[in-house]
Write a protein that binds this ligand. Structure first.
Ligand code: HEC
Length: 157
């Protein structure tokens, strides 16, 4: 029996194409840590933070955050997302810095990081504490040390 080349191509090509599509889909999913629906929910939440009780220097950093993190999406997105631990913030801000056209300098990124890490420990305290209670001992100690460092730094400013 002679097998038609077109059938061989189909037989091989279809599963390969399916694999390829699945891979692309997975890569896109990895790129966005959460779904589009979840992002839309964040975007619809409150779009400002009452920083009046925060240290003066942290209030200044809030202005940097507002200016730099609204270029591509709402400010509500980072305000309502579920990142809380300092390490999550430093990694995510780096990710946003590397997006084309983001124009965030390392100095600005540091201020935004200090603002968001401090803010999460206060405004999202319940979630922050829950995450800490589930974290490995070393990660918990790291998070607590980083928050203390920020508080100590801004107490003098
Ligand atoms: C150059 C465009 C750009 C800038 C500037 C930008 N973002 Fe984003 N941000 C995105 C895109 C695109 C997404 C959608 C998810 C992705 O691609 O990572 C996103 C998603 C997010 C999310 C949701 C992610 C999740 O998984 O929950 C947060 C939080 C966030 N950004 C925070 C920030 C912060 C904080 C800043 C300022 C330091 C910032 N973004 C600046 C483009 C940007």
């Amino acid at each position: 029996m002679k097998i038609k080349p077109v059938l061989v191509l189909l037989a091989l090509g279809v599963p390969l194409a399916a694999l390829f599509v699945a891979d692309v889909a997975r890569a896109e999913e990895d790129a966005a840590a959460v779904s589009k629906e979840q992002l839309a929910l964040y975007d619809k939440g409150p779009s400002s933070i009452d920083v009046s009780a925060y240290p003066a220097g942290i209030q200044k950093n809030y202005a940097v955050f507002r200016e730099k993190c609204t270029l591509c999406h709402t400010l509500a997105r980072p305000i309502n997302c579920e990142f809380v631990l300092p390490d999550e913030w430093s990694r995510y801000i780096k990710r946003m810095m590397h997006k084309p056209g983001s124009m965030i300098s390392p100095g600005q990124a540091k201020k935004i990081y200090e603002f968001l890490a401090f803010d999460s420990s206060v405004r999202k305290k319940a979630l922050f504490d829950e995450r800490l209670s589930k974290a490995a001992a070393a990660d918990k100690a790291d998070a607590e040390a980083r928050i203390k460092e920020i508080i100590d730094l801004y107490a003098q400013k």
